[in-house]
Ligand binder design. Structure first.
Ligand code: ATP
Length: 309
């Protein structure tokens, strides 16, 4: 079921066309991710949907509800992760959650939220003493106070170390298990790939492409990149290169010194042939790997630009 539909959203700031023409719909229970480089228009898109910024043009519907007619009902449905500056540094996570809960008639119990955001052990520590990751988890907790159906998280892992990022991923996956819909922005491709049911890649205020991570990657190519490096010097790599190029399953190859890259449609078949060849020649291979295509490759293919985190 569609919980949110966005049609032809547009927003300019002076001469900057932050959002040019963005349309998508989000289904109940999915993690929907808007990903794009800095300045792509992710935050502006999210803030229009959250009712914080008014669009120049376009429509936003939460089922039958729209901001112009049903603002109160929409506010009950959604939870927005606040900036960490909205928290009270001298209070504890428990006190912050209780304070925010006092604004609602039906708040989710604080104990429950502390459990979800994995801060039960830190419930009595002052917020100013928490790590960056713990503060971000508390910010997510504040978005959960009203027990919303749809949760908006704007770059919740930016600037966090890998472990702290994974802790946030666990929370997002837990929310999915609870049946919540999450709309996420990020500029980390790996994060989008791991968490999302569907990904919307934006660049310069427009959607480049939108689908599940696996479908986006499959659409891109059915080739896989095999990497080999030879212990027996450049000649071995050169001969293996020549041998590979004549295999039916191989689309192209690239050799540099003792390393060889082979793009193959059926990498298992190609590897088998290559192993047989190496065995006959008694060549020793130091490393073999198959590189899966990633969302980063999708971005590069669509925009012709390198991806920068
Ligand atoms: P980031 O990953 O850096 O947060 P983003 O994809 O979220 O980027 P936005 O913050 O939506 O991008 O910004 C899109 C463009 O609009 C940028 O060029 C930005 O400088 C501009 N912009 C956003 N908000 C404003 C504003 N209030 N006034 C002027 N320009 C703005």
């Amino acid at each position: 079921m569609t919980v949110l539909e966005v049609r032809n959203l547009q927003k300019s700031f002076g001469t900057i066309r932050a959002v040019q023409d963005i349309s998508f719909s989000v289904n109940t229970g999915e993690v929907f991710t808007i990903i794009g480089p800095n300045g792509a228009g992710k935050t502006t898109t999210l803030e229009m949907i959250e009712g914080l910024v008014s669009p120049d043009d376009g429509e936003i519907h939460f089922g039958d509800l729209s901001w112009s007619k049903n603002a109160v009902a929409i506010k009950k449905k959604i939870g927005v992760q606040p900036q960490s500056s909205a928290m009270f540094d001298l209070l504890t996570p428990e006190e912050n959650l209780n304070l925010f809960a006092s604004f609602y008639d039906h708040a989710r119990p604080t104990d429950d939220i502390l459990e979800i955001i994995n801060l039960t052990d830190h419930r009595k520590n002052q917020v100013k003493k928490l790590s960056g990751g713990q503060r971000q988890r508390l910010a997510i907790g504040l978005a959960l106070i009203s027990d919303p159906e749809i949760i908006f998280l704007d770059e919740p892992t930016t600037g966090l170390d890998p472990q702290a990022r994974r802790n946030i991923w666990d929370i997002i996956l837990h929310l999915k298990q609870l049946g919540k819909t999450t709309i996420l922005t990020t500029h980390y491709m790996e994060e989008a790939e791991k968490l999302s049911d569907r990904v919307c890649i934006v660049d310069q205020g427009n959607i480049i492409t939108l689908d599940s991570p696996s479908a986006l990657i499959e659409k891109l190519t059915n080739e896989r990149e095999i990497r080999l490096s030879f212990l027996d010097g450049e000649n071995a790599a050169e001969e293996a290169d020549h041998f590979s190029r004549n295999l039916e399953s191989v689309a192209r190859t690239e050799r540099e010194g003792t390393s060889l890259k082979v793009w193959a449609v059926k990498p298992e078949d190609t590897l088998l042939d290559l192993f047989k060849f190496n065995k006959e020649k008694a060549y020793q291979v130091e490393q073999v790997s198959i590189r899966e295509m990633s969302l980063e490759d999708v971005f590069i293919a669509f925009t012709g630009k390198e991806w920068r985190d």
